[in-house]
Ligand binder design. Structure first.
Ligand SMILES: [Zn+2]
Ligand SMILES: [Zn+2]
Ligand SMILES: [Zn+2]
Length: 155
C-alpha cells in the first residue's frame, strides 16, 4: 500500500537538534544562517530547493543572502546531515537525512514539477530482498516515480 508520507514533528525536532550539535562539534561557528536553514528544513515534510528555503527565510524577515544558504546546504550535505536530491527541473532539492535509515520516496510530475513524498513498506521489503541477493553491501537506495499529477492530468 502506498501512503503519503506524514511529517513527524518529533523526528524533525530530533534531527534539527542533532544537526546543530554536529555542526558545532565540527568546530563551525553557529551562525544565524546555519540555524535558520536547519530550522527551515526541519519544518518541511519533504525536500525544498535552495531558492524555496531562501524565499521562506526572507518571508520570515531574516536578512540572509542566497549565497550563504547554498554554503550552509553544502556544509550539511558534506556532513551527511542533509540529502541532496536531483529530481529534475534543473535544480537540486534538499531534505533532512534522518537517522536509522528513516526515509521516504518521491513522485515527480513531468509537467509541473510537483514533488509528492510517499512511503511503501512493500517496496522497502522488496528492495531489502534485492540487496540481500546482491553481492554488494548495500547502504541505501533512491526511488523516483515520474508521471502526471492529478492537477495536470485534469488539465
Ligand atoms: Zn521528500
Ligand atoms: Zn503536475
Ligand atoms: Zn526506501
Amino acid at each position: 500500500m502506498i501512503r503519503p508520507h506524514d511529517h513527524d514533528p518529533g523526528a524533525a525536532a530530533d534531527w534539527s537538534a542533532h544537526a546543530l550539535q554536529s555542526v558545532a562539534a565540527a568546530g563551525h561557528r553557529s551562525g544565524g544562517a546555519r540555524r535558520a536553514v536547519i530550522e527551515s528544513l526541519a519544518a518541511q515534510d519533504c525536500c525544498r530547493s535552495a531558492q524555496e528555503i531562501f524565499d521562506q527565510m526572507r518571508a520570515d524577515g531574516r536578512r540572509v543572502g542566497i549565497a550563504s544558504v547554498y554554503r550552509v546546504l553544502d556544509l550539511l550535505v558534506g556532513m551527511g546531515l542533509v540529502q541532496r536530491l536531483d529530481l529534475g527541473g534543473g535544480m537540486s532539492r534538499y531534505e533532512p537525512a534522518l537517522p536509522d535509515g528513516a526515509h521516504h520516496h518521491h513522485l515527480v510530475c513531468v509537467d509541473c514539477g510537483e514533488v509528492s513524498p510517499f512511503e511503501d513498506p512493500g517496496l522497502e521489503q522488496a528492495l531489502e530482498g534485492t540487496a540481500a541477493r546482491s553481492d554488494y553491501t548495500v547502504v541505501g537506495h533512491d526511488v523516483v516515480l515520474r508521471g502526471r499529477c492529478p492537477g495536470c492530468r485534469a488539465a
